[in-house]
Design a protein around this ligand. Structure first.
Ligand code: PMV
Length: 309
C-alpha cells in the first residue's frame, strides 16, 4: 500500500480579484491535511473510498462530475497506469467548502499516491495541472490558485494563467485561522461576483484593481523590498471583500474581534460568505486573539506559521 499527503492552503490576500487577472498570495496550511492510499487488489474494478464522507463507489460508476474520479483517470493516463485492481482511499481533516483548499488537497494527495504506486515522479507543475482539471468540476471557473499552492507546497504569488511566481518570504509570520463553521461552496460565491461584476463593471473593476494593488504592496513587504506593516493591508483587503459582498456577519464579527483583541490585521480567506478567516498575530497578541475568536463564535481556531525557513 502506498500513501501520500497534501496540506490545505490559506489565501493571504487577493481572492476573487484573482479570478479577474489580479495577483493573489497563498501559503500552505499544514495544520490540516488530506491523505490518499492506493492498494492493489486482485479483483478487477477500481474502488474509490472516502470514509469521512461515508462514500464508497466504483470508478466506472462515478458520475461525470466527480472530481476524484477525474483526478484518478487523468493521473492514471499520465502515469500509464492500468486502471484495474486498485482500492484508492482518501481521508481529510480539512473541512469542506471552507476556503482551506480541501478539494484540491484531496486530489493532490490522490495524484501523489498514484504516482508513488506507479513508482514514478510527477513534478509539482504536473500534479497541479491534473488537479486543476478536477478543480474546474468543483469550482466552475477556478483561477488555479488552490492547486498551484498545494501542489508546490510553498508560498506563492499567483497570477491566473501563469506558473507560481517566487515569493521569498524574509521574515516569519504567525496566523490564526478561525472557522465560522458555515460551509459556503466557492462556486456559488464566484458566480454571484461574476454576475454582479457583469452588471456593474464600473463599480467592480476598480475594486478588483485596488485588491491587486494591496496584494502587490503585501508582496513587497513580505519579500523585504519595502518597509512597512502587513496587518493593515489584510484589514484593507477585508474591507474591499465586503464591498464585493462576499463577507458575512459571522466573518465580520470574527475580524472585528481579532483586531480589537490586538491582531495586526484580519480578513476572510477563500471564497467567503462562510468558511474561514485569518488573523495576523505576534507573540504578544496570539493568546488574546485566540481567546477573542473562540469567544466570538469560531467553531475551531488553528495556528499556522511560515516564512524565514
Ligand atoms: O477555494 P477557496 O474558497 O479558497 O476560493 C478560492 C479563491 C477564489 O478567488 C474565491 C476563487 C478562485 O478560483 O480563485
Amino acid at each position: 500500500m502506498l500513501m501520500a499527503t497534501a496540506s490545505g492552503k490559506i489565501i493571504l490576500l487577493g481572492e476573487h480579484a484573482v479570478v479577474y487577472g489580479q495577483p493573489a498570495i497563498a501559503v500552505p496550511f499544514r495544520a490540516l491535511q488530506a491523505t490518499a492510499m492506493v492498494a492493489a487488489r486482485d479483483s478487477a474494478p477500481v474502488w474509490i473510498e472516502a470514509p469521512d464522507l461515508e462514500r464508497r463507489y466504483r470508478l466506472d460508476a462515478a458520475s461525470p462530475g466527480d472530481p476524484l474520479a477525474l483526478a484518478v483517470r487523468n493521473a492514471a493516463q499520465r502515469l500509464r497506469l492500468p486502471l484495474h485492481g486498485l482500492v484508492i482511499t482518501v481521508r481529510s481533516t480539512l473541512p469542506v467548502a471552507s476556503g482551506l483548499g480541501s478539494g484540491a488537497a484531496v486530489c493532490t494527495a490522490l495524484v501523489r499516491a498514484l504516482a508513488e504506486f506507479a513508482g514514478q515522479t510527477l513534478v509539482p507543475d504536473e500534479v497541479s495541472a491534473i488537479v486543476y482539471e478536477s478543480e474546474k468540476l468543483l469550482h466552475g471557473t477556478p483561477s488555479g490558485i488552490d492547486n498551484t499552492v498545494i501542489a508546490h507546497d510553498r508560498p506563492v504569488f499567483f497570477i491566473k494563467g501563469q506558473g507560481p511566481l517566487p515569493l521569498a518570504v524574509v521574515r516569519p509570520y504567525t496566523f490564526l485561522v478561525a472557522d465560522t463553521g458555515v460551509p459556503s461552496p466557492t462556486r456559488h460565491v464566484v458566480a454571484d461576483v461574476r454576475a454582479a461584476a457583469t452588471r456593474q463593471p464600473e463599480r467592480y473593476q476598480p475594486l478588483f484593481a485596488e485588491i491587486g494593488a494591496t496584494v502587490r504592496a503585501a508582496r513587497a513587504l513580505m519579500t523585504g523590498e519595502a518597509e512597512g506593516e502587513l496587518g493593515p493591508l489584510l484589514t484593507r483587503n477585508h474591507a474591499l471583500l465586503r464591498e464585493l459582498e462576499v463577507s458575512s456577519e459571522a466573518l465580520d464579527t470574527l475580524v472585528v474581534a481579532a483586531v480589537s483583541a490586538g491582531a495586526l490585521g484580519a480578513k476572510l480567506s477563500g471564497g467567503g460568505r462562510g468558511g474561514n478567516m485569518i488573523a495576523l498575530v505576534d507573540d504578544d497578541s496570539v493568546e488574546a486573539v485566540r481567546a477573542a475568536l473562540q469567544g466570538s463564535g469560531a467553531k475551531a481556531v488553528y495556528q499556522t506559521d511560515f516564512g524565514d525557513d
